[in-house]
Design a protein around this ligand. Structure first.
Ligand code: KG4
Ligand code: ZN
Length: 342
């Protein structure tokens, strides 16, 4: 049988990424041109700078992906691209590059939801078994999602305010750590003691929703008060205690949801899936139960195009095609995306 290659483009935030996946699940190349250094001095992603970088990087990244794969564009079956959610100016660069390539080479075009991508990153490691539960934890999202079949997404819980990664980045800024703060807090937390009892927002008893803004404020207040009273508050203890609170809520709610929905697999997705505390807590919780826990390797946790190719390959197989009117959709809804065309 002829091999099927899907090329994908991801430019929703601050990484210009192009990847090629073979026969849905085999990663061929995964090129990520990160802009983190350019955004660092501003303490966060500056949308205008992100768009400009994407424009500068997109063609070379595309060429690099094909060269590394030792493939020509003629070998590619379809072009997948992140259509949303994300920064509109950033998304537009990827969407237009994908449309231009699809038009010039007369290839089918497939639009992909960024979060569907984060979930499908796991399928490059292990075949899915349904029903499955996915915990999506990134800079913009904190969601618990049930999938009964490929391409179908039911959001059973989400954050009511800050995303987990956003809370990490904001607390990191208060601790004067460089951007992105998540990995920095993670590292610092490993040297500290959980000595401060920060709040955990459990919300209503049966709720799978999350809330992190109260925790974030509690951390900021604690540091402010300590400074005013000239108290010694070791930053590593603040990091460890903050991380303990986030990880406790994320892992407990994920475990409860997995039990409530009787899922066969639990998959963790998004940048915060790289967190060592979260990985450990989930591994401990799921060790004794008959439910498989999948956490992607670090390079597939943060934004990349391999995940978009993996999700795009399934959407392509299911017959989804985008027209040349495909547009960037910064607020694209995951459940609606899953139901498109059905
Ligand atoms: O998925 P991602 O690369 O981009 C979005 O779609 O948002 O996630 C980025 C987020 C950032 O907030 C970053 O601080 C966080 O993931 N992150 C981490 C870790 N590595 C990345 N948060 C906690 N611990 C980590 N090790
Ligand atoms: Zn992401």
């Amino acid at each position: 049988m002829k091999n099927q290659y899907i090329l994908a483009i991801e430019t929703s935030c601050d990484e210009t990424a192009v990847a090629i996946v073979k026969n849905q699940r085999e990663l061929v190349t995964n090129v990520v041109a990160s802009q983190i250094e350019s955004h660092k001095r501003f303490g966060g992603v500056v949308p205008e700078i992100a768009s400009r970088h994407h424009i500068e990087q997109i063609t070379v990244t595309l060429e690099e992906a094909l060269t590394k794969a030792e493939l020509s564009i003629d070998d590619i079956e379809a072009i997948a691209v992140t259509e949303g959610p994300g920064l509109v100016g950033a998304l537009l660069v990827g969407v237009n590059a994908a449309k231009a390539l699809a038009f010039a080479k007369q290839k089918p075009l497939v639009g992909v939801h960024h979060i569907a991508g984060h979930i499908y990153a796991n399928r490059l490691e292990k075949e899915f078994e349904f029903p499955l539960l996915s915990l999506v934890v990134s800079g913009g999202h904190t969601e618990l999602i049930i999938m009964d079949e490929h391409g179908s997404f039911e959001v059973i819980g989400e954050t009511r305010d800050d995303a987990a990664g956003e809370a990490y980045d904001k607390v990191a800024r208060t601790l004067k750590l460089p951007y992105p703060g998540g990995p920095q807090i993670d590292k610092l937390a490993q040297q500290g003691e959980v000595s401060i009892d920060f709040p955990r927002a459990w919300l209503e008893e049966d709720s799978f929703d999350f809330s992190f803004s109260g925790l974030k404020s509690a951390v900021i207040n604690k540091m402010h008060n300590a400074k005013q009273k000239n108290e010694d508050l070791p930053p590593q203890d603040v990091a460890a205690s903050f991380q303990a609170s986030v990880v406790d809520v994320l892992s407990t709610k994920t475990f409860r949801a997995a039990e409530a929905y009787g899922v066969k697999q639990v998959i963790v997705a998004g940048g915060v899936a790289a967190n060592s505390g979260l990985r450990k807590a989930l591994e401990q919780k799921f060790e004794a139960v008959d439910c498989e826990l999948l956490i992607p390797p670090l390079h597939l946790c943060t934004d990349n195009a391999a995940m978009i190719a993996a999700a795009g390959a399934v959407a392509y197989q299911q017959g989804h095609r985008a027209g040349y009117d495909l547009n960037a959709n910064p607020g694209l809804n995951l459940e609606m995306y899953g139901r498109r065309g059905s």
